[in-house]
Design a protein around this ligand. Structure first.
Ligand SMILES: [Zn+2]
Length: 210
């Protein structure tokens, strides 16, 4: 995700020897930038899926409603807040370590570069995948509801790394009312796969609904 490349540059540009996380990392600005950078992309993903799913199941045209806009905005704001928080905490930890070790500005710069390399290598893709999946499933549900479908079904799909979540496999074929929540063995529940609010169930989940 290019967003983090830009953020890394902004953080490193503010670096000097005596520094605190608030000097380096403008939380409000980063959070807003994430919303504005990714908001449009995620909204388009949702609308495209709404249209595509509607074409599959009906002749009716998909309508992008204010309710859908609200759901997307809420999710983007939540993602930006939690992600920015995690990054800010990580930078704070690295600053403490660097100060304890009496590192030079150069060493601190290298340390923070590694922090961002790690974000780009590991977290960025997971965030993108999880958020995309959340929106795709909600858009599918949206179109199904507009079409007047009364039920929906959980379809199990292997995880990204090919792993099998027994709990999710167990859900395969579960059919419930369109407005009901799927209840997982973990106790978590949600209207669509990938939207239970339980990170262990949602992150990298590739299950779908029809
Ligand atoms: Zn799953």
């Amino acid at each position: 995700m290019k967003f983090f490349v830009g953020q890394k540059k902004r953080v490193l540009a503010k670096l000097n020897q005596k520094t605190s996380v608030s000097d380096l990392f403008n939380f409000t600005q980063e959070e807003r930038l994430m919303v504005s950078t990714l908001g449009g992309i995620l909204k388009n993903i949702y609308i495209e899926q709404g249209k595509e799913h509607m074409e599959l199941i009906s002749d009716v045209e998909y309508v992008y409603t204010s309710e859908a806009k609200l759901l997307i905005d809420k999710r983007i704001n939540f993602m930006a807040e939690t992600t920015t928080n995690t990054t800010s905490e990580k930078i704070k930890d690295e600053l403490v370590k660097s100060q304890e070790l009496n590192e030079t500005k150069q060493e601190l710069a290298e340390r923070l570069t590694k922090t961002y390399d790690d974000i780009l290598l590991n977290r960025a893709e997971t965030i993108a995948r999880t958020e995309t999946h959340y929106l795709l499933q909600n858009a599918t549900l949206d179109a199904s509801k507009q079409n007047g479908n009364e039920n929906k079904e959980w379809i199990w799909t292997a995880g990204v790394k090919g792993g099998v979540r027994e709990d999710h496999l167990h859900m395969d074929g579960t059919e419930i009312g369109i407005n009901e929540e799927f209840r997982l063995p973990s106790g978590a529940s949600g209207l669509v796969p990938g939207a239970t609010g339980n990170a262990a169930d949602d992150i990298n989940c590739q299950c779908t609904m029809i």
